[in-house]
Design a protein around this ligand. Structure first.
Ligand code: FES
Ligand code: FES
Length: 162
């Protein structure tokens, strides 16, 4: 029996038409079929957050969603978000404050943080920690990540008030 199906979606603004295995996860589809390897695969069961991508504007675990479920959807990955410049200040702050070491968690951390920063205004460190609590980092101890996010939140709030 054929367990493949055709899907049509947009990925980072580009139309994609592919035949996929019914059981293929979204993150495997992005990485293996489209070569978008910025989304990582860690635990493969929804715990670590390394596979975070955006589907129809919402942050999702790419390992818990099937590619087939994204037929007709708008998918955004770190590649598209990074190319758009939307997180350029965040990327700069991560680099400046050593908020990444191996970098495995970083693409997902940036996408998750972008969602938090979209709400605007200054953020408490507790609120930042709470929001990124679904994204594991094995290297940094999180302090530098919170520092980087806090600094960008403050800078964006200052820019808004000008
Ligand atoms: S790989 Fe998806 S949550 Fe860990
Ligand atoms: S920088 Fe290595 S897992 Fe976060």
């Amino acid at each position: 029996m054929d367990h493949t199906l055709d899907i049509s979606l947009t990925v980072n603004g580009e139309a994609v038409n592919e035949r996929v295995e019914a059981r293929k996860t979204l993150v495997d589809f992005l990485r293996d079929d489209l070569g978008l390897t910025g989304s990582h695969v860690g635990c493969e069961h929804g715990v670590c957050g390394a596979c975070t991508v955006r589907v129809n504007g919402a942050i999702v675990r790419g390992c818990l969603m099937l590619a087939a479920q994204c037929d007709g959807a708008k998918v955004e990955t770190i590649e598209g978000v990074s190319d758009s410049g939307a997180v350029a200040d965040l990327q700069e702050a991560f680099e400046k404050r050593n908020a990444l070491q191996c970098g495995f968690c970083t693409p997902a951390m940036l996408l998750t943080t972008q969602e938090l920063l979209a709400s605007g205004g200054a953020l408490s460190r507790d609120a930042i920690r709470e929001h990124i609590s679904g994204n594991y980092c094995r290297c940094t101890g999180y302090h530098a990540i919170v520092d980087a996010i806090e600094s960008v939140a403050q800078q964006r709030a200052r820019n808004e008030n000008r």
